[in-house]
Write a new protein. Structure first.
Length: 255
């Protein structure tokens, strides 16, 4: 039974790493899988173990992208710094803001992102005019603060939202936006672990086993994204965002 549970979570981690490396949204697979496989574990233990697995896959994807394409580091690092701080604050805010209030708002945003991407066929296919360095850093701080807080507080869809904002605010194509999002997502994962590790909310053996599989999935996902370019990433992004929207819609109706 234990072996089958580990095998199930290993496969889930590999698939999550693949999807997350291409278009974000790996948590859509990995978190529910952990809850299903570990019914006796506390939510904190599930989320902490998930973050241990995710941070290795995200870090590996960010490294692979950085080796192959030019990342806008002045934007990505500014966003990552703000995201680290506000992700930690978001985790602390869980105690006073009910998540039931957030779910419908996220659903509306996801639908808006999908519709906008569909009606703008050239959105993210090629890089467009980018803001100057000062404006870019300012926007990066705002984006990192907002999405970092959201990731610490709630989380699902953060990577997809980051990709959308990097395209819309910074004129990137899908491939470069995904690359920058991995850097920021690595930072939010690190902020979450700054809370989960000291409080003992990590199953280390399981988490590190899943991390190996997550890295393998992330390697395959980033390789395919680099090979097939922004058009491939765009369609995976739309698929992931649509599944997220359906899940949020279902959760909102059933709540």
């Amino acid at each position: 039974m234990i072996d089958s549970t580990i095998a199930f979570l290993a496969i889930a981690a590999a698939l999550a790493g693949f999807i997350d490396a291409v278009a974000g949204g790996g948590g859509l697979i990995q978190v529910p899988s952990l809850f299903a496989a570990l019914p006796e574990a506390s939510p904190g233990m599930v989320f902490g173990t998930n973050k241990i697995s995710s941070i290795f896959g995200t870090g590996n994807a960010a490294w692979r992208y950085a080796r192959r394409i030019a990342l806008p580091w002045h934007v990505a690092l500014a966003a990552a710094l703000a995201a680290f701080v506000f992700s930690f604050l978001g985790a602390a805010a869980v105690v006073w803001l009910p998540k039931a209030v957030v779910r419908p708002m996220v659903l509306v945003l996801l639908v808006a992102v999908i519709v906008y991407t569909l009606i703008k066929p050239d959105f993210g296919k090629i890089a467009s005019e980018q803001p100057d360095a000062a404006t870019g850093r300012q926007r990066a701080l705002w984006m990192g603060a907002g999405l970092g807080f959201y990731d610490g507080f709630f989380g699902p869809g953060t990577g997809s939202f980051m990709i959308f904002v990097f395209i819309r605010w910074f004129g990137m194509d899908f491939l470069h936006a995904t690359s920058a999002a991995k850097v920021v997502n690595f930072s939010t994962n690190a902020a979450a672990l700054a809370y989960f590790i000291p409080t003992g909310n990590v199953l280390w053996v399981l988490g590190l086993t899943m991390a190996v599989c997550n890295i393998l999935g992330a390697q395959l996902g980033s390789r395919m994204a680099l090979r097939h370019g922004s058009e491939f990433v765009r369609w995976v992004f739309l698929a992931v965002a649509s599944v997220l929207a359906l899940k949020f819609g279902y959760d909102t109706v059933m709540a």
